[in-house]
Write a protein that binds this ligand. Structure first.
Ligand code: E4P
Length: 219
């Protein structure tokens, strides 16, 4: 499973990218607003050190506007992926933009039928928002499993990658991998939390204490 960083904070993305574990980045208008930075400059800077797909979201709601904004955003760098909402106009824009050779991430997906439509529209990625489904008392992972099963029924025609979005915890990451998702876009804190286990810290403390008692050094 690929890991994308779900953030528009340059320093955090850079620090995580240095681990070599980051395969791409997703942003959205809320994350750009939170960063307080210029949208185009932010995407340009992220693309200067991340080789994988970097999602930049359109804000028009009509097909022509989305396609035009998509073209402008795609000009920033080759790895820019245009994010369009899961509406009829968004699906039409998805078709037009992918036919032009640019990757498209169809966002704000909340059920399997929406994901089926996005795949038929040629989406490169579909972004089901699992955390927001959990927030309203549903189980977001059910939707991931359904989409996986549907896409797997038509491997020759549905090539869209399932990009699990709205991830809130390490458990979401594990369940995404178990469900066979292609990508998990993970907030920086959750990505860092993936290394954490109290027994790892406890075990390391004990090893270092015992090593010190030997008086030896490796170098
Ligand atoms: C990423 O592509 C999505 O926009 C993001 O994961 C949404 O996350 P949220 O539901 O925590 O805002």
């Amino acid at each position: 499973m690929k890991f994308f960083v779900d953030s528009a904070e340059i320093d955090e993305i850079r620090e995580l990218a240095e681990t070599g574990l980051v395969d791409g980045v997703t942003t959205n208008p809320s994350l750009i607003a939170k960063s307080g930075r210029d949208f185009t400059e932010t995407i340009k800077e992220i693309c200067s050190f991340v080789d994988g797909p970097v999602s930049a979201e359109v804000t028009s709601t009509d097909v022509d506007g989305m396609v035009e904004e998509g073209r402008k955003l795609a000009d920033i760098a080759e790895n820019v992926t245009i994010k369009v909402p899961l509406t009829w106009d968004g699906l039409k824009a998805c078709r037009a933009i992918t036919q032009g050779g640019t990757m498209v991430n169809v966002t704000l997906c909340f059920n399997a039928n929406q994901a089926l439509l996005a795949a038929k529209a040629g989406a490169t990625f579909i972004s089901p928002f699992i955390g927001r489904l959990d927030d309203i008392g549903l189980d977001g992972m059910d939707v991931i499993q359904e989409i996986r099963a549907i896409y797997d029924n038509y491997p020759d025609t549905l090539e869209t990658e399932i990009l699990v979005a709205s991830i809130r915890s390490p458990n979401h990451v594990k369940l995404s991998a178990l469900a066979g998702a292609d990508v998990a876009t993970v907030p920086p804190k959750v990505l860092r939390d993936l290394t954490k286990h109290p027994l790892t810290d406890k075990g390391l403390d004990a090893f270092l204490k015992d090593w010190k008692s030997t008086g030896q050094t490796i170098l």
